[in-house]
Structure formats: C-alpha cells, structure tokens
Design a protein around this ligand. Structure first.
Ligand code: HEM
Ligand SMILES: *[C@@H]1O[C@H](CO)[C@@H](O)[C@H](O)[C@H]1NC(C)=O
Length: 614
C-alpha cells in the first residue's frame, strides 16, 4: 500500500515537474516573440485560441478577425497557441520576400496533415503538398507542358461542350418546383471538365448525379472539413461518415489506378495520346529510376481536389457579386453580346476580347478568393517592415485580408472591376488568389479560361437577381482544431474552398450545405422588364450585403444594350423568345435569375431580339 502511495506521489510530482517545465518553455517562446505586435493573449497557455473557438462557434470567418487585427496592430501580427507562435504577414514586402522565393517551404504541420485522410493515403506527396523542393520541382517541370497556352487552346472544345451541358441542365430545371443548388451545379461542371481534360475520363457528373465518383469527391471534401474537428476520429457519431470518406478516397485511388494502367497500355501499343495531365505524369514517372505509383495516384487525387471546387466557388461568387451590381452586370452582358452575339461555341480568340469579364472575375477573387491564403515556414531570421521575425516560425498569408485593406485598395469593400482595368496600376504583392512565386497555381490559366467560358455562356442566356431582404456573409463552416486554430486556415486552402463559398443570412444556425434554387419557366415580354435596384455593399467586413426590395413585376432589364440591328430578315418559321425565371429559395441564400433561352436563327445577335420585341 505504502509502495503504491509512494509511486502515486512520485508520479504526481513528475507530472508537476513536466507541467512546470512546459510552462517555462512557453514563457521562453513568448519572450522570443513578444516584440511582434499582436492582440492580447486571452490565456497564458491557450493564447488566442479562445477567440478563435468563439468565432468558430458563431460560424464566423477567421480571416475577418485578422482584418480587424491588422487595423489595430499593423501588417505583421503575432498569433499564439500553446507553445506555438505563427506570424501573420500582411505586407507586400513580406509577401514578396516569402512567396517569391523557393527558400521558404510550405509549412510541415499544415500540409503534412493532409498526407492521409482518416488514415488512408490522400494527397500524399502530390504537387500541392510536396514540401521537398527537388522532388516538387521535378514534378512541376514534368506537368508544365499540359498547362501551356498552346495545349490549353485545344481544350476549348471540352470547356464549350461541358458548359453547354450545364446550360441545358439549368434550363431543364426551369419548372418552378425543382430545387437545386447553384454551387452544386457549378461543382459538377468543373468536375466533368477536370476529369475529361486531365485524365480523359467521362464522369458525367452533370448528367447523372448518382454516379459514385462525384459522390466520392463530395465525401472527400466533406471529410477535409470534418477532420478539423478535434478528436473526430473517436466520436461514435462520426464513424459512419469516416468510413464513407475512407471508402471514397480508396475509390478515387482505385479509379486512378485503372485509368493509369489503361493509359500505360495505350502508350505501349503506341496509340496516339493526348498531351493531357495524365500523359505528362506518366512521362515524368518513366524518367525516374524507380516507379512510384503511389505518387502518381497522389497527383490524380490532387488534381481533382485542387482543380474543381476552387473554380466552382469562383463562379458562384461571381454570380453573387453580379446579382448585387446590376450596372456591372449590364456592362458585362453588353460585352458578351458584342463579342459573342448568339454564337454557341466560344473560341479562344473570343476570350481575349472579353476584357471586362476578365476584370469582373479578378475583382470577384479580390473580395471572395476561393483559396484565402497560404502558409510557409521560415528557417532563418528575417526583418520585415522593421519587425524581426525569428527563425523556425510558421508564416500565414492571406489574400482575403490584404484584398480588403484600405492600405492597398481604396474603398476596399466596393466591388469595382475597374480596379483591374488595363491602364490601372497593378496591385503590388497585395493580391494573390492563385498564390505567387514557384508554388503558385499551375492551373491558373486553365481555370480562368474555363471560368470565362462558363460565365460568358451564362451571361449570354441568363439574368440574375437577388431576392429581397437577404443578407450575405462569408462563412467558414469548418470547425477548427484547437491546436491549430490558426494553421487550419492555410489548410489548406483546400479545405476552405468549400467553406468560403457558402452564403448565409446572418444567422447563428448552421448553414445548409449550399444554396438551393428552383427554376421556373415563364414567358414574359422583355418590354415589361425594367431594371430597378442596386445593392450597396455593407460596411461590415465580411461584406454583408442587403439587397433592395424587388419590385413587383420587374425582373431586370434584358440586354439593354441593343446591338447593330440587322435587317429584319425572313426567318420564316419565326423565332420564340422565352424568358425563364429562376428563383432561388433557401434560407442560406437565394436570388432570382431571369433566364432567357433562345431558339433562334443563329445569325441574329441576342440584342436584336429584345430590340425587336420592344
Ligand atoms: C479559380 C480557381 C483556382 C484557384 C483560386 C486556385 C488557387 C490556388 C492556390 C492559391 C494555390 C496555392 C496553394 C497553396 O499555397 O497551398 C494553388 C495551387 C495549385 N493548384 Fe490551383 N487554383 C484554382 C484552379 C486550379 C485548377 C483548375 C487546377 C488544375 C487543373 C489547379 C491545380 C493546382 C495545383 C496542382 C497546385 C499546386 C501547385 C504547386 O505547388 O506546384 N488549380 N491553386
Ligand atoms: C531552428 O531549428 C533548427 C533545427 O530544427 C535548429 O538547429 C535551430 O537551432 C533552430 N533555430 C532557432 C533560432 O531556434
């Protein structure tokens, strides 16, 4: 008995000693970083974590807090959590130094966490997560040709085909009853595109939402959000979800494997091969002494994860922003009409002419970057903006915050595509939705071509409008893990993509997964349509927007810009003009889309119709 008591006492003393030593260590860490400005710590050990936890509970977006902080504490800010200190860098000087150089690797803790997903190999050492410069560089060099402009021009056909399918789907839903999610539709089209272009796979996510592959991708995205919940692995209520996520990752890897084997056979029998991403990956692998099939599969998954939801979010945000700014919508529609008219297939040359649309897409990513930031690690001491940043520190970057800072953008909360006019000064290391430097997005041009094709077709045929009384707010749906409250922002970027795209009224309840809409087909004379309201952007960070009330019977002007009217021509079997009303009904977000679908002789530019009718 006495022995046991003694042992227990010893154990207690030992614990006390360890706790004491740990506290001393934390104190030393504090001392090493406390010269860096930052919000007061709420607790000695937890640091700023309690603040993050409270925000997460309220479904608030962590980057909005950073935006507040930078107003008080400047562009270099310290963030404490236990013995770890990260430094938020919101200065162009810092962005340039750390992102443009290969010297600062991605942070191990953040990116290492997605090597596996619930124990199943996930992104592994794929292009996004690879932290070894040599290995990454080899992979990147091998894949670059698949993203060259010349190759991408050939991909226009696929962009057109899939975007056209989306348009068909949208019109199909116009029955006034069917509820659907805009973000989901965008995700499906981008998923179909990446599968086809990168790996030659016809997924048909748009046509058939029951096929297992798209579902698996959705589950994986969900898994990436859920894994941020502390101890989720041990929660009985989550076991089913975890199993499904694991199964989904395995399914993706299995499909990838089949896909790779097929392609290898084809290469061997010397059939003609597309220069797609898969061919590039296999070529690269053939140069290696040892084949690394697992690494190839890492990249297979990486492209699905990195290449579809990002673009889908950008598209959804752009639809939202345009709905809020009728005058901008009108201008971009006019451009689309001028460049495309009623043309169905968009050509590569057309993309260059859609200048204002490019500006709109860029501006949309300034306020709503699908990937809000990135994370680096520095192994050496650096001085930025006169602040000494110690070696061995995690660095956080946020294009979301910098895009909303008055210091870098005048009237930052105002959605104004003219900021990106050709003759306007370029943002100086304060805007990086695709990141910057060696680790910037390989799919940037790809994504912007795809986004333009989809948006141009959408604008050519549909009109959007907000339902009255809505309040829009960016949401971070994920629950961050306590130990990495701050880190999880960078986490990736990828986990946050989906979060950032949710719009929700300003409520505390959990947002529903995505906006749902119903479509209704209607015949309305365009003459009765007149533009009514503008939606001022709220002054709150987080861009809460309240739309003005929708007046009865007005659905927005349809193509006010009348193009050169051709001679009224003998289009003998006549034409019909249909204006469909798409209504979004959902507590999370909703808007009206007035859709036009034309069954016309192809020669007539869109503007002709409205002018004729009126
Ligand atoms: C609007 C759409 C997109 C946005 C906003 C976006 C944004 C980004 C960002 C910010 C990074 C850096 C991530 C980090 O620092 O951890 C990145 C990397 C990457 N993205 Fe994208 N991306 C988009 C579309 C795409 C597409 C369509 C593809 C594939 C076809 C793609 C493939 C990749 C890959 C492979 C990387 C890793 C690059 C490397 O480290 O070498 N992305 N993207
Ligand atoms: C940084 O870490 C390395 C290795 O982990 C170590 O050798 C070095 O002393 C550390 N530097 C500082 C300033 O803590």
């Amino acid at each position: 008995m006495a022995v046991l008591g003694g042992l227990l006492l010893l154990l207690a003393l030992l614990l006390l000693l360890v706790a004491g030593l740990y506290c001393c260590y934390v104190r030393r860490v504090h001392a090493a970083y406390d010269h860096i400005p930052g919000a007061p710590r709420e607790s000695f050990l937890l640091g700023h974590l309690p603040i993050f936890w409270r925000m997460m509970k309220k479904q608030e977006f962590l980057h909005d807090l950073f935006l507040e902080w930078t107003k008080k504490y400047g562009p270099i800010i310290r963030v404490n959590a236990f013995h770890r200190v990260s430094v938020l860098i919101l200065s162009p000087e810092g962005v340039k130094e750390f992102l443009m150089s290969p010297e600062y690797p991605k942070d191990r803790l953040v990116y290492g966490r997605i090597f596996n997903l619930f124990g199943v190999r996930f992104l592994g050492n794929g292009l996004v997560t690879d932290r070894n410069y040599e290995h990454w560089h080899k992979q990147r060099k091998v894949m670059d040709p698949a993203f060259s402009r010349t190759y991408l021009i050939g991909v226009m056909e696929t962009f057109n085909e899939k975007a056209e399918e989306l348009m068909e789907k949208l019109e199909e839903k116009a029955d006034g009853k069917t509820e659907f999610s805009m973000l989901t539709m965008m995700s499906r089209v981008t998923l179909d595109v990446i599968a086809k272009v990168a790996f030659g796979l016809e997924l048909n996510a748009l046509r058939d939402d029951r096929t297992p592959f798209p579902h698996a991708v959705t589950m994986i995205m969900k898994g990436m959000t859920e894994m941020r919940i502390p101890f989720v692995k041990y929660m009985p209520g989550k076991q089913k979800m975890i199993k499904e996520v694991q199964e989904s990752v395995r399914l993706l890897r299995r499909v990838g494997k089949e896909c790779i084997e097929k392609r290898r056979e084809a290469i061997q029998s010397e059939k003609e091969m597309p220069t797609d991403i898969l061919t590039q990956i296999l070529k690269g692998d053939a140069l290696e002494e040892t084949r690394d099939d697992e690494n190839i599969l890492d990249n297979f998954i990486t492209f699905f994860v990195a290449g579809h939801e990002t673009t889908a979010n950008q598209l959804s945000f752009t639809v939202m922003a345009l709905s809020q700014h009728p005058e901008i919508m009108e201008r971009v529609q006019a451009e689309v009409d001028e460049v495309l008219g009623a043309k169905r297939d968009i050509e590569y040359e057309d993309l260059g002419k859609l200048k204002y649309l490019s500006q709109v897409l860029k501006e949309s990513m300034r306020l709503y970057p699908p990937v809000p930031g990135t994370v680096r690690w520095t192994g050496k001491e650096t001085v930025i903006e006169g602040v000494r940043i110690p070696a061995n520190t995690t660095l956080l970057f946020s294009t979301y915050v910098m895009g909303r800072m008055e210091r870098y953008f005048t009237d930052p909360l105002c959605f104004n595509p003219d900021r990106f006019r050709k003759d306007a000064p370029k943002p100086y290391y304060s805007y990086f939705p695709f990141s910057l430097g060696p680790r910037s997005c390989i799919g940037q041009v790809f994504a912007q071509m795809e986004a333009k094709v989809v948006m141009a077709k959408l604008l050519q045929r549909f009109e959007f409008q907000l339902v009255p009384g809505q309040c829009f707010k960016l949401l971070d749906t994920g629950t961050l893990r306590p130990l990495d409250g701050v880190m999880s922002d960078g986490k990736l970027s990828l986990a946050m993509h989906r979060a950032a795209a949710l719009f929700s009224p300003e409520v505390t309840e959990r947002p529903s997964a995505a906006a749902s809409c119903t479509l209704q087909r209607r015949t309305v004379s365009p003459c009765s349509l007149s533009q009514t309201h503008r939606c001022p952007l709220g002054s709150q960070p987080g861009a809460q927007v309240r739309a003005a009330p929708r007046r009865e019977g007005t659905h927005g002007k349809v193509h006010s810009q009348i193009l050169a009217v051709p001679e009224p021509s003998p289009c003998s079997d006549g034409w019909q003009l249909q204006v469909s009303l798409i209504r979004a009904v959902n507590s999370a977000y909703s808007f009206w889309i007035v859709a036009q679908s034309f069954h016309v002789c192809e020669e007539f530019p869109v503007g002709f119709l409205s002018s004729f009718l009126c």
